[in-house]
Design a protein around this ligand. Structure first.
Ligand code: ATP
Length: 451
């Protein structure tokens, strides 16, 4: 099949693009990236399940982060800490007292709003009336539950609202059990939970989500230089994984946005279909966290540098990213449409490292004659790459299906393959096709994908 792009649909605008949102959300549902949770019971608001493709892609986003942040470095170790945690942790971190949003109720239409999100703090956006709000109340965002059979005081535990505290409370364990010394980091990926008042925009803001966080411990005199180092590293990570530069920005926080202990915070922001939104926050947190836990736990969380005979509490640089939110950004950035043979071709131009499947094996016909070779090739590729197998429908429609889910390469087994022991490899982005000997297929794919 010859596929000629006769014209290219206008590339995505660099500003907000509301249509893109619906297109990507529909594709996610239609192809099995993301489903609304508990859908057969009518759905559970703002909670999502990651389907066959979404679970692969989310795993790829997390693996890509882990590879950059842990595997390719000598100064970062991993951690997988508990999700359930006792109140003492959140007392020390300040979350019990401060992790809240101000809420107001409209006495006219009975709707509830986040005060800090209102355009006009006196006017209800639902009914349009002014002066109908109650006093603001602080609403804590942590989910509370009970450990053990008896509810009540003493049995209360919290689902972590961030993964970071796990790293701080294990600082001493890690210093004692590894050979890491400042400057060094602890990295963690995992679920976090926040009882968000206004979840929404698909998986951008949900009550259950995944984070990828690093706590990097440094000598106090070096904190500014490490802060700047991580700003650049993290910004470049998104560029390197396929977000175009005109859709990415680094936004330093204004003074009134900074937490009292932070001497600098910047967000990596992405141009979502509705405008700029945060993907990751990078903060210079000083010694706040270790000092707080030292005081509350009565345990010194310091480092003694024998070479310089110096005892100090390390300062912390924290790059904190969202895995689920980043996955959404990668999908939005990759979505493209072009006209091919008078038809619209939808293609997810995902970085091959993030694509759910790397290769699809497509026998030209369903006939038994092609199946043995196609299965043999599938078996050859599976140990190396997530490989899809599809033998129904016309080959052109199967290519479109793979384009739409971002599969970088399709391997077509045709009747000639039985004679020449070669297959056709089609490239998702260029639609170019190469004839490749089966014996050299794995090497060919490795050189095309780059891994
Ligand atoms: P926001 O201002 O969007 O609420 P935040 O500043 O509270 O985010 P952090 O506490 O810095 O977020 O968390 C780090 C990252 O975790 C965020 O940049 C985001 O990618 C992700 N994240 C935070 N809250 C959510 C959520 N409710 N749903 C999905 N991802 C989230």
């Amino acid at each position: 099949m010859v596929e000629n792009p006769s014209s290219t649909a206008p590339s995505q605008p660099s500003g907000p693009d509301p249509e893109l949102f619906d297109k990507v959300v529909n594709l996610c549902k239609r192809r099995g990236f993301v489903y609304p949770s508990a859908e057969i019971y009518g759905g559970f608001r703002s909670t999502y399940d990651y389907g066959p493709l979404g679970s692969l892609m989310l795993r790829n986003v997390k693996d890509a982060w882990w590879r950059s942040m842990v595997q390719l470095r000598h100064d970062v170790v991993g951690l997988d800490a508990a999700i359930l945690s006792p109140p003492q942790v959140w007392e020390a971190s300040g979350h019990l007292a401060n992790f809240s949003d101000p809420l107001v109720d409209c006495t006219n239409c009975k709707t509830r709003h986040r005060q800090d999100n209102l355009d006009d703090p006196n006017k209800c956006p639902s009914c349009g009336k002014s002066g109908t709000f109650t006093e603001a109340r602080a609403f804590n965002l942590m989910f509370k539950t009970h450990a053990g059979p008896i509810e009540g005081a003493g049995a209360e535990v919290y689902l972590r609202p961030e993964t970071a505290q796990g790293m701080f409370i294990n600082f001493k364990n890690i210093i004692n059990t590894t050979r890491k010394r400042p400057p060094f980091g602890i990295a963690q990926i995992g679920k976090s939970f926040r009882n968000e008042i206004t979840p929404g925009n698909f998986v951008f803001r949900t009550r259950e989500f995944e984070q990828m966080e690093l706590e990097f411990f440094v000598h106090p005199d070096e904190s500014q230089q490490w802060y700047e180092y991580w700003l650049k590293e993290r910004f470049d990570w998104y560029l390197d994984h396929g977000i175009p530069e005109d859709k990415l920005m680094l936004r330093p926080h204004d003074d009134d946005e900074l937490s009292h202990y932070s001497s600098g915070t910047s967000d990596v922001e992405f141009m979502f279909p509705w405008g700029w939104g945060e993907l990751e926050g990078i903060a210079n947190r000083g010694d706040y966290d270790l000092t707080q836990h030292s005081e509350h736990a009565g345990e010194k969380l310091e480092y003694f540098d024998q070479a310089n005979n110096e005892r100090y509490t390390p300062h912390v640089i924290e790059p904190a990213a969202g895995a689920t939110r980043s996955m959404m950004a990668f999908l939005m950035a990759a979505y493209d449409e072009e006209i091919v043979n008078d038809d619209t071709r939808t293609v997810l131009r995902l970085d091959p490292r993030l694509a759910p499947y790397k290769v699809a094996v497509l026998p030209l016909s369903k006939k038994d004659t092609l199946q043995p070779l196609a299965h043999e090739i599938l078996g050859m590729l599976q140990p190396h790459y997530m490989t899809e197998y599809d033998e129904t429908q016309a080959i052109g429609r199967r290519y479109r299906r793979q384009d739409e889910i971002g599969t970088p390469l399709c391997v077509t087994v045709d009747f000639e393959s039985l004679d020449d022991n070669a297959v056709t490899v089609r490239d998702r982005d260029t639609m170019e096709q190469d004839r490749v000997a089966v014996a050299g297929l794995v090497d060919h794919i490795a050189s095309k994908l780059g891994f």
